[in-house]
Design a protein around this ligand. Structure first.
Ligand SMILES: NC(=O)c1ccc[n+]([C@@H]2O[C@H](COP(=O)([O-])OP(=O)(O)OC[C@H]3O[C@@H](n4cnc5c(N)ncnc54)[C@H](OP(=O)(O)O)[C@@H]3O)[C@@H](O)[C@H]2O)c1
Length: 150
């Protein structure tokens, strides 16, 4: 099981027209390329075992259908992570490796601050995706085990 959880730069201070593109690049580096690199590193091992679960911890901020003008660096990085999820899901179909994106929801962590749901609640959907049975979904985007709009 690979849980790509590392995430940075919830850039509430930026808007797309004035955003510092170096900050956007930095967000992409960790939030999207980080997950891409760790997946590349571990898929060969998963293939050998004929089993794998990759969980990309995404966000509602990566949902195009509800996207506004806030947090531009974070948004594009999570959209890219969702695209990676679709692509890897397709490339690995039939190998025993399931790849899904999970939105933990607003969670009371260092990033989320106070007011969000508990870490236990936020983690539940991640654990669900990490422990899917063989016939579970792949290439999807989920919140608490239910499909979320792309
Ligand atoms: N909290 C929310 O409301 C919320 C909502 C939706 C989605 N998410 C997503 O949930 C995931 C976890 O977020 P969180 O709320 O737990 O954030 P957090 O409290 O800021 O924690 C982020 C974690 O990522 C690690 N990290 C950052 N950059 C890294 C790198 N380059 N390599 C390795 N580790 C790195 C940090 O490690 P260090 O402490 O060592 O820097 C930290 O442990 C993220 O992907 C975030 O986008 C969170």
């Amino acid at each position: 099981m690979l849980v790509n959880n590392a995430g940075i730069l919830y850039d509430t201070w930026q808007r797309p027209l004035t955003a510092d593109l170096d900050v956007v690049r930095e967000a992409l580096e960790t939030n999207a390329f980080g997950a891409w690199r760790t997946s590349r590193a571990l898929v060969p091992l998963m293939r050998r075992g004929g089993y794998g679960r990759i969980v990309n911890v995404s966000s509602g901020a990566g949902s195009l259908s509800s996207m506004g003008a806030s947090t531009p660096a974070y948004n594009v990085s999570k959209v890219a992570l969702n695209a990676l999820t679709r692509m890897l899901g397709a490339e690995l179909r039939g190998t025993g490796i399931l790849v899904n994106a999970v939105d933990p929801g607003w969670t009371a962590t260092d990033m989320g601050g106070r007011g969000g749901r508990s870490v236990e609640d936020g983690a539940r959907g991640v654990i669900w995706a990490a422990t899917l049975p063989e016939d579970g979904p792949t290439g999807g985007f989920f919140y608490d085990g239910e499909p979320e709009a792309w």
